[in-house]
Design a protein around this ligand. Structure first.
Ligand code: SAM
Length: 219
């Protein structure tokens, strides 16, 4: 809450939920923030257990949260407005569609995906969001030098994450920073409380495109 302000005034602040008015036109993401500064994306942000704290801590960066469930986004919208965050915008839509068609190219400095649905059954693994297609979509919207930060509780999914990035020369494995590690998500706390460890995968886009990668590997 901004100091000296009537505690109920936050309700007058505009919603951080942004409308998707066209399914073919690029979203005017830059217009959603009062200050132009580095932009980060969280996919499947839920009710913001990571994004709220990260955005509150880093006011000199802008953040976009994507989530398909309305109730979770509404909760995040409420707490973020109460906190007076203006460096956060939220969109309710399917993440792959957004990444492929609606988000501006080469515009993000980081993408966070924490505890994506694991789809543990073998026949359902094609539904996992982090796969070969994801590396292509991430390279479309990330700036050169941008990073992907992933976490999961699922051992098989973690192996898949490592495999898809390791097979492409355009990505370099990096260490997770203490700053990121310090914020645990709701799902993470729940898993950790049952002695299920967090498995991390962090990569930097070092320049070449996936198309170059495929040519190099003969794929
Ligand atoms: C297991 S929850 C994790 C939530 C949060 N990241 C955390 O760690 O606490 C996965 C979230 O991703 C959202 N989600 C899954 N697939 C999605 C998609 N294709 N597009 C947008 N959101 C998605 C779900 O609705 C859910 O809120």
């Amino acid at each position: 809450m901004v100091s000296g302000e009537n505690p109920e005034r936050w309700r007058d602040r505009p919603s951080l939920l942004r409308p998707v008015e066209s399914l073919v036109e690029e979203l005017p993401v830059r217009d959603w923030y009062p200050i132009q500064q580095p932009l980060e994306l969280e996919i499947g942000c839920g009710d913001g257990s990571f994004l709220f704290h990260h955005a509150a801590k880093h006011r000199a960066r802008n953040f976009l949260g994507i989530e398909r469930l309305k109730g979770r986004l509404s909760k995040l919208d409420r707490v973020a407005r109460r906190e007076g965050l203006t460096n956060l915008a939220l969109v309710r839509l399917e993440a792959r569609y957004l990444m492929r068609y609606l988000l501006p190219e080469k515009s993000f400095s980081a993408i966070h995906v924490y505890f994506p649905d694991p789809w543990p059954k073998k026949k359902h693994r094609k539904n996992r969001i982090v796969n070969e297609e994801f590396t292509e979509l991430a390279s479309r919207i990330l700036k050169e030098g941008g990073c992907v930060h992933l976490r999961t509780d699922d051992e098989n999914y973690h192996e898949q994450m490592l495999e898809v990035f390791a097979s492409l020369a355009s990505w370099t494995a990096i260490e997770i920073s203490d700053d990121l590690k310090a914020i645990r998500t709701d799902f993470e706390r729940e898993f950790n409380s049952k002695d299920i460890p967090t498995r991390y995968a962090n990569y930097e886009l070092t320049g070449r495109s996936n198309v170059d990668d495929r040519a190099a590997t003969g794929a």
